[in-house]
Each structure stands twice: as C-alpha cells, then as structure tokens.
Design a protein around this ligand. Structure first.
Ligand code: ADP
Ligand code: MG
Length: 700
C-alpha cells in the first residue's frame, strides 16, 4: 500500500470497493486521511477479565468473561425469536441473550470452544444476563496482553450491513497508523506545542487509535481536544476581528438630553448594579468606532427591557433611529406598551409594526420611518420585510435571540448605509462555555442580579393524585385577588390534538372550580395574533383570573399580579422551558408559587429536572444541569448550528481546555492576524484545508 493521506480507502488492504462505498456514504470517509480522522469516541479497558461470581457487585458496565457455553443451556429459538445460552466459567454461570438473529446465533455457537465474552451485564431482580454479547473464540494466538485499551468508533447500521464493525475499524486504523511511513503534518504552531508540552499531531493521532495505557491516552486526547477547540475559537475570533477591521461602526459620543433627562427624571425605579454595569459596557461599545455585537444574557425578570430602552436613547441622542424586534406579537405589544409608557413625557415617537398592523397604518409607518419621524420602531419579524426602510438606523435590539435564525439577523443588518450596533438579548441563560462556543464572535454581558425586593418563587412538586389540594390552594390565591397561569404541554405537530387536550384541561379545571365564579382566558397556538392579544390583554387587566394556556405564553409576558404558575405534565417539559414558564410569576411584590404536577412514574432525567426546579431559581445553575442532562447539541437553537459537532472535546468537561484554546487563539490573532509570519504556517494550512463550519452567530 503506497502510504499517503490522500490515497483512497479502497486501496487499504481488506477494504475494497464495496466497503469503500459504504465508508463514503455512511461516514464521508474517502481517503486514508479521512479514515484516521474518524476518531474513536471512547476507549474500553479490556485488560480485565471478570469472574461470573463478581458480577453481582457491579453496575451496568461492560465486562469480559472467559468460559464455555453449557450445551444443555440453549433455549428459546422458534416463534419467540429469542435465544438464550447459558455461559459458565469456574465461578458460576450467566445467561447470554439474543433478541435478534436467534437462528443465526444458534448455528454459529460452538459448544466446545472457549470464548471471550464482552458485553453489558443486565441485572433483573437479581437474575444476571448479558444481552447481545460480543463473542470471540479463544484460539491459539490469543493473548491477554493484546487486549488492553480498545478504541470504540462511532458506527452506523449501514456500515454493519457491509460487515464493517468495530473490530474492523480498529484493526484497519491500527494497520494504517503502524505503517512505518505514517506521518501527519503538524497543525499547531511550535510555540503552543512547546508551551503546553503537547505531543506532535502524528503521535497524538496514532496513540488515540491504539493507546498503550490510560495515561498516554489522556495526554494525547488533551492535545487533540485543544486543537479542535482552538480552531473553533480561532474562526470565531477571526470573524470578529475581520468585522472590526473591515467595517466601521457608528460612533455615538454624546450622552445627550434624552438619555440624561430620562435617566434623571423618568426612571421608574433605581437600576440594579448589574443593569448599570451593562449600560456602561454598551455605552463603551458604542463609541469605539467598531460595530457593537453584544449578547446580553439575563435571567427572566432581570430587567433587560430597561437596558434596551436606555440603549436606544443613546442612539437617539446621536441623531439615529433604533428598533427592537421580538419573537411574538404578544411580546412586541408588551414592549411597545411598556416603552411608550416609560417615554410618555418625552418627545419621542415610538411605533409598533407587526403582521397584524393594518395596511394604511403600515404605509404611514413606512413613510415616517424614511423621513425619520419615527425614532423607535418596535415589532416582530415584520420589521425585516423588504420595504421597511429606515432613514438612519443606529441600533438594532433583538429580544429572545434563539428564536431568530442567522438569515434574519443578516437582513436587519442591511437596513442602513452604515452598520447599526446590534444588541441581542436572551433570557435563556447558557453556561459560559456554551456561550463561548456558540456565540464566540459576540461580546457577552450578563445581568446576574434581580431587582431588589423580589421574593424567590416557591416551587413544589405534586403528583396528579394531589390535584384537589392544588385546586384548593389555587382558589385561595384567587380569593385574595391574585391571578393564576395554568399550563398544559404543547403537542408538537398536532395542533388539533393540542387544542383538544387543552380544552379537556380547561373542562377539568372549570369542574374543580365550579360553581363557575371565576373568569378564564384561553391561549393556544391556533389563535390568531389579535385573538391571542385580546385574551392576554384581558388577563393583564385582571378581567380574567385564570390563564389556561400552552407554552405560547412562555417568553417574556409580564403580569405582576399573577402569583401562581401551575404546570401539568411537567415531566414533559425541558428544564429551560420550565424555568421560563416559572419566570412568568414572581414579578410583583407578593409571594409567588410554581406547582409542577406530574404522573407518579418518572424517568431518571425527568426526576432530575423536577428536583432541580424545586431546589433552584437560578437560571444559570438550571442551564448547567440542562446542559449536563441533554448534552450541548440538544440545547435550544444549537442543533441546526452544527457547531457543537465536536469529535473529542465536550464543553461540559473541558472548560479549562476551551478557555486556554480561546486565549491562545486570540493571542495568535493579535500576534499575526494575517498569518504572514513563518510561525503561522501550520495555522494557515489548517484553515485552508477545512471548509468553514457553519458559524451560528455569523452575520452574512
Ligand atoms: P426581562 O429581563 O425578563 O425582560 P423585564 O425587563 O420584563 O425583564 O423586567 C421585569 C420586571 O421588572 C418589569 O416589571 C420591570 O419594570 C421590572 N424592573 C426592571 N428593572 C428593575 C429594577 N432595577 N428595579 C425594580 N424593578 C425593575
Ligand atoms: Mg424580556
């Protein structure tokens, strides 16, 4: 085999055209270089052989046994298609079970051979078994010392059909990396390698595929994780730096009359320390001459709207317009009302533009926008339609960022001749590591303090059987003048079913609370914008006591008199969703409550979510648990981004590597941004080799 990383996999001994085709279509592996870049996602320690008698003590982990199949222990083929073979070593016996391919297994098992069995022990009420074990005949060339750390590769069913299994992958990569000519060029600069005492890339890759011991493996893994994160961060920071170099931002030097007047005479409350700090950060950004691209993270109720408002006033003071975009009509309305109210004594024209704005009104708005008669435009997606033109847009605020895609941000950006500053606000706190990874090209501000005097929401968990108790409590709260949210789960992909379940939920609540002395609002995804708004408005003005809804009320809705949030089937909600929902209450001076109702059988993950909600009201802590439970790829809005398809690094565990990688990437950009120096050649080569990953927050 002529060794070159560019050689097609077809030429590897034992691969051939059919397997090569499968590797291409299933894993995108074309060349030897691709083949060795298909990293094992974990390694199994196969140096230990257990005894059957030891298995009672261990949990569900992979283990190995050596022994024989007992001839009289074969049972089960036939209609059940289940095959059981009793397997024993000198310490006892255990059942091996197959649920598929039973016929085939029966023919294949040899009764007088010694087998090495590998698999996970299943303990069902004290009865031990190993479902679908891997079996290997212990032949003459078998040696325990060949076992050791075995790489486990990501696999697909399609590969297995072409008889490409883990053993094949392991043996083939081993063949490649042990070729005397095997060599992979370095992709990190010498300086970084020396600083961190990293092994070379060649050695690292080779070792990853066939490590001798866990220590050695750990060391090379760190290098490869670093490399992965370094390039991820490098691309973010390069994008940021590119933007800064090529595009000038508007310079807002003046803090003028509007801001000062409002700040000194019209602020409805004293700002929290965190709000003040964030305003300072934003003010600073706006006068540097660079475009602001800032992500503002703040838990529900932390007061982001006021920060947005103050920021728009800075734009206005400098002769520019501003817009605020929200993901739903309800929210856009709410922003419009609260901002109009705050600004009512000031000469500032604020308008609302949504999908349901009447044509005539809309036309007038468009005209006034062009002639700068409107200073602040608030709205939904309607703001980014083609014909919405500002005279001079200076600031774009986007609320609840994760609901907007990249393309939408891109459109907004083109609204003016000069680049407006962009402030993105999100109430879905994400851990720092995730923020760095997803929004690595944005600057991040955090409001980590709630306004004074808020009473922490009390959260309890109740089983369905206790619903009468919950209802009694609910009555009492309404009797003393409070309002209640009652939330049912969204039924995805079936608006019809959702409506049905919501209606039966409504009937149930109404029946519990009969005679019907209370008034209800009903909000769900099938209502039109206006209908939804009118239901919301009734609740807001306390013309109704109970808001029965699906998760459409999730984001941002502000009704300070509402003090109880009841969530049915809480086990079906994600953590961040539960936290968002809970954030609808606790906005006034009264003690608020969140009641999570579930069935009695809960999965482990659901239990953990409920316990976390009961224990904590801190959005960042909850986000951390959420990340642990679901993994980074599942967090809202990250799935499409592809950015978290990391091969080795796991941002849940590799925070310190991530931070080091980001620091080094920034240092390198500061040192040689254009990659003109000889030391930068490895970086230059690597960047030219790999196509850009999709960068989630990239603005086209
Ligand atoms: P969010 O960050 O979730 O968007 P809001 O901006 O809607 O939060 O603020 C929640 C509530 O807290 C609003 O009623 C707002 O008027 C009030 N609020 C905001 N900042 C303060 C503050 N510094 N002191 C007291 N109340 C505040
Ligand atoms: Mg908000």
């Amino acid at each position: 085999m002529p060794f070159s990383l560019d050689t097609s996999v077809e030429y590897i001994k034992g691969v051939g055209p059919a397997k090569a085709e499968a590797l291409k279509t299933e894993l995108g592996i074309f060349t030897i270089g691709d083949f060795i870049s298909h990293y094992p996602h974990r390694h199994e320690d196969r140096s230990k052989i257990f005894k059957v008698r030891e298995l009672n003590q261990i949990g569900e982990i992979n283990i190995q046994l050596i022994g024989k199949i007992i001839p009289e222990g074969l049972t089960g083929v036939g209609r059940g298609q289940r095959f059981v073979a009793e397997f024993s070593d000198d310490s006892g016996s255990i059942e091996l079970i197959w649920f598929q391919g039973a016929q085939w297994i029966e023919k294949y098992l040899k009764l007088n051979e010694k087998y090495l069995v590998f698999g996970k022990v299943n303990n069902f009420k004290g009865k031990l078994s190993i479902p679908h074990p891997e079996l290997e005949v212990i032949g003459a060339d078998f040696s325990l010392s060949n076992l050791g750390l075995t790489p486990v590769y990501p696999m697909t069913e399609g590969l297995k059909r072409k008889r490409i299994d883990n053993r094949f992958m392991a043996q083939t990569t081993k063949k490649i990396v042990e070729d005397p000519q095997f060599f992979i060029p370095e992709n990190l600069p010498e300086k970084i390698i020396t600083k961190y005492k990293f092994p070379s890339r060649s050695i690292a890759v080779k070792t990853l595929h066939s490590p001798k011991n866990p220590q050695e493996l750990e060391k090379v893994k760190n290098r490869l994780k670093f490399e992965e994160l370094f390039y991820l961060q490098y691309r973010h920071l390069q994008l940021k730096s590119h933007r800064n170099r090529n595009y000038k931002g508007l310079i807002f030097e003046t803090i003028g009359d509007l801001f000062n007047n409002f700040y000194n005479h019209h602020l409805p409350f004293e700002l929290t320390g965190a709000q003040k700090r964030v305003i300072r950060e934003i003010r600073h950004d706006m006068k540097t001459g660079l475009q602001m691209n800032r992500l503002l993270q703040g838990d529900v109720g932390s007061g982001k709207t006021m920060v947005a408002l103050l920021s728009t006033l800075i734009a206005l003071d400098n002769g520019f317009q501003a817009c605020i975009m929200a993901p739903t009509e309800i929210l856009a309305n709410q922003h419009f009302e609260s901002i109009s109210e705050s600004l009512k004594d000031l000469p500032i024209k604020v308008k609302l533009l949504t999908g349901s704005t009447k044509k005539k009104v809309r036309n007038q708005i468009l005209e006034d926008l062009k002639s700068n008669k409107i200073s602040i435009l608030i709205g939904t997606h309607a703001l980014i339609e083609q014909d919405v033109e500002f005279q001079n847009i200076g600031l774009v605020v986007i609320d609840e960022q994760h609901r907007f895609g990249v393309a939408q941000r891109a459109k907004l950006w083109k609204k003016g001749n000069l680049l407006p500053h962009v402030l993105v606000m999100t109430a879905t706190p994400i851990p720092r590591t995730l923020a760095m990874t997803l929004y690595g090209d944005l600057d991040v501000s955090v409001i980590d303090e709630l306004p004074k005097g808020r009473k922490p929401i009390k959260t309890v968990h109740q089983h369905e059987t206790n619903r009468p108790l919950v209802m009694d409590f609910l009555k009492k709260e309404i009797e003393i003048g409070r309002q209640v949210y009652y939330v049912f789960p969204l039924i995805e992909d079936s608006p019809k079913l959702e409506l049905k379940s919501l209606m039966s939920g409504y009937d149930m609540v109404a029946e519990y609370l009969s005679p019907p002395q209370y008034k209800y609002s009903l909000v769900h995804g099938r209502l039109k914008g206006e209908e939804k708004d009118s239901e919301m408005t009734k609740f807001k003005n306390h013309r109704t006591d109970i808001m029965i809804a699906t998760t459409v009320i999730e984001v941002g809705v502000n009704v300070p008199n509402a003090s109880v949030m009841i969530i049915e089937n809480a086990e079906r909600f994600g953590l961040s969703q539960l936290h968002q929902l809970r954030g609808r209450v606790g906005r006034g001076a009264e003690q608020s409550y969140c009641i999570l109702i579930t069935g009695s059988k809960l999965s482990e993950a659901a239990k953990k979510r409920i316990i976390t909600m009961v224990r904590s009201t801190d959005g960042f802590e909850i986000a951390k648990v959420d990340l642990e439970l679901r993994g980074p790829g599942e967090i809202d809005g990250t799935k499409q981004s592809g950015i978290l398809d990391l091969k080795l690094a796991d941002i849940r565990q590799d925070e310190s590597i991530l931070i080091a990688a980001r620091t080094e990437a920034q240092d390198w950009i500061d040192f040689d941004e254009l990659l003109m120096k000889a030391e930068s050649i490895p970086i230059k080569n690597e960047l030219s080799k790999n196509p850009h990953r999709t960068i989630w927050s990239k603005i086209s």
